[in-house]
Design a protein around this ligand. Structure first.
Ligand SMILES: *[C@@H]1O[C@H](CO)[C@@H](O)[C@H](O)[C@H]1NC(C)=O
Ligand SMILES: *[C@@H]1O[C@H](CO)[C@@H](O)[C@H](O)[C@H]1NC(C)=O
Ligand SMILES: *[C@@H]1O[C@H](CO)[C@@H](O)[C@H](O)[C@H]1NC(C)=O
Ligand SMILES: *[C@@H]1O[C@H](CO)[C@@H](O)[C@H](O)[C@H]1NC(C)=O
Ligand SMILES: *[C@@H]1O[C@H](CO)[C@@H](O)[C@H](O)[C@H]1NC(C)=O
Ligand SMILES: *[C@@H]1O[C@H](CO)[C@@H](O)[C@H](O)[C@H]1NC(C)=O
Ligand SMILES: *[C@@H]1O[C@H](CO)[C@@H](O)[C@H](O)[C@H]1NC(C)=O
Ligand SMILES: *[C@@H]1O[C@H](CO)[C@@H](O)[C@H](O)[C@H]1NC(C)=O
Ligand SMILES: *[C@@H]1O[C@H](CO)[C@@H](O)[C@H](O)[C@H]1NC(C)=O
Length: 377
């Protein structure tokens, strides 16, 4: 009885102290860690090895400085870094790996505002694609997509990705996002891996990707929708080139104001590509490619295709492509690849300005359609 009274008065005293001034509380109440600044606000929370994943889950987003050190994520789950606190940072250290599981992924998902995501020197995100590649891409084994980002006012830098099973970065619903010095090394997948798009961008604005190196087996970049997107100082090797599209038939079918600048595309199926789907609607406006070098391109140096996904059908004009600029684009084709190929619907391609386009080798196409005034195949 005595003890109970003492405890009750201590509790009420504690309550008063808490109400009066947080720093003077004589004990920690059960929700201190959620409402009060804790050590985790100023010191890094480090999650490591095979136990790190469950600790990260339990920490319940309380950390602002998250370090993932040689983290091994269990099979079939997402490294879930969604809804991070404003101002949080995530640093990948050493090798991050994932257990093998045939599932759709993503392997990592990050969202939040004012977030800094970076890779420490020598760090690596190993997707173990070699265990999944079966020559089928989206078919065959179910393969996890890699890295989903929904970030506002944020940066991703110095991330190295090795052997993605299928699509690598999916940037969706992001705004004011800068991505610098990312390396995607899927070279080992040549001949086996498919649909390993480097950066898929949708419903996003003010996105800047700088200094990326992408060695893969599909689009280096594919912009499905969004505005004010810049890709500069990039190197694309082995894939399908720098693409806008495919546009049409999605929830958002508008691409506006895109610049690809000072980049090279090597050993690839295509160089520059705009692809819009047959019998769909949309708008592609103010897209420019400047200072682009192409080497060893097998199929198309510069291609605009308005019957994407329906090769045998005549192109349709529901998606307009206007103010499309090429400036200083040069390079070489392989074998009988086509330097330039344009298949536009009736009247849907207009106001194109091409200057300093010099793609040599391969063949000239005699089958271009819907060319805007002043443009030649
Ligand atoms: C934390 O404590 C405060 C003050 O006692 C209370 O108002 C609040 O509801 C508590 N929050 C949670 C999540 O329990
Ligand atoms: C957060 O800080 C507390 C000490 O206040 C510590 O016990 C805990 O391990 C830290 N959490 C992480 C994930 O580092
Ligand atoms: C933290 O955990 C509490 C209780 O389990 C839950 O209600 C809350 O949604 C979690 N918050 C975050 C950001 O995950
Ligand atoms: C962004 O986060 C940093 C800490 O990383 C913080 O100092 C800054 O105030 C935050 N900015 C905004 C606008 O919230
Ligand atoms: C990446 O993962 C694969 C398959 O799990 C493994 O064989 C390989 O050693 C790892 N590579 C590196 C560089 O860590
Ligand atoms: C992007 O997010 C929207 C929801 O805001 C969703 O409808 C759409 O399918 C997502 N797109 C991709 C490519 O993930
Ligand atoms: C495209 O737009 C036209 C004209 O507005 C409309 O008739 C047609 O149904 C639309 N097609 C699709 C696939 O939305
Ligand atoms: C054409 O697009 C470029 C960006 O690629 C933009 O700077 C320019 O203002 C646009 N021209 C017109 C007439 O809209
Ligand atoms: C033209 O583009 C190439 C390839 O990116 C670049 O090396 C060169 O400096 C550019 N020329 C001019 C005049 O900008």
């Amino acid at each position: 009885m005595k003890n109970a009274v003492l405890l009750t008065s201590l509790l009420s005293l504690g309550h008063d102290v808490v109400a009066f001034g947080r720093t003077r509380t004589p004990w920690r109440s059960t929700n201190d860690t959620q409402t009060w600044p804790s050590l985790n606000d100023t010191q890094p929370c480090t999650f490591t090895g095979s136990t790190g994943y469950s600790l990260l889950k339990a920490s319940n987003r309380s950390c602002t400085d998250i370090v993932l050190s040689d983290l091994s994520v269990p099979a079939g789950v997402t490294l879930d870094l969604r809804n991070l606190r404003n101002g949080a940072s995530v640093t990948f250290q050493g090798e991050t790996s994932w257990g093998y599981s045939e599932w759709a992924g993503p392997l990592v998902s990050i969202s939040g505002t004012n977030i800094t995501v970076k890779g420490a020197p020598g760090s690596l995100l190993n997707g173990s694609g070699d265990l999944y590649w079966d020559g089928e891409g989206q078919g065959g084994k179910t393969k996890p997509k890699f890295f989903q980002a929904r970030l506002i006012d944020s940066t991703i830098s110095d991330i190295s990705i090795l052997n993605a099973p299928v699509h690598v970065f999916s940037i969706n619903n992001s705004r004011n996002l800068k991505i610098a010095n990312v390396i995607i090394d899927n070279l080992a997948g040549d001949g086996l891996a498919k649909n390993t798009d480097g950066f898929d961008i949708s419903q996003s604005s003010n996105i800047e990707i700088e200094g990326a190196t992408v060695m893969n087996q599909d689009d280096c970049v594919a912009i499905n929708s969004g505005s004010n997107i810049v890709f500069r100082d990039g190197i694309c090797i082995g894939g399908h080139g720098l693409s806008v599209g495919s546009i049409g038939g999605r929830s958002d079918n508008t691409v506006d104001n895109v610049l690809f600048d000072n980049s090279v595309i090597i050993n690839s199926q295509n160089g520059i590509r705009i692809k819009t789907k047959h019998s769909t609607n949309g708008t592609v406006s103010n897209v420019a490619y400047r200072n682009i070098g192409l080497s060893y391109i097998t199929d198309y140096g510069i291609v605009v295709d308005q019957s994407y996904g329906a090769k045998t059908l005549a192109p349709t004009n529901g998606v307009s492509i206007t103010n499309f600029t090429l400036e200083n684009v040069s390079g070489t084709m392989m074998g009988d690849g086509l330097a330039i190929f344009v298949r536009c619907g009736e009247g849907s391609c207009a106001d194109w300005t091409w200057a300093g386009v010099n793609v040599v080798g391969g063949q000239r196409s005699t089958e271009c359609t819907g060319l805007p005034a002043g443009i030649e195949c």
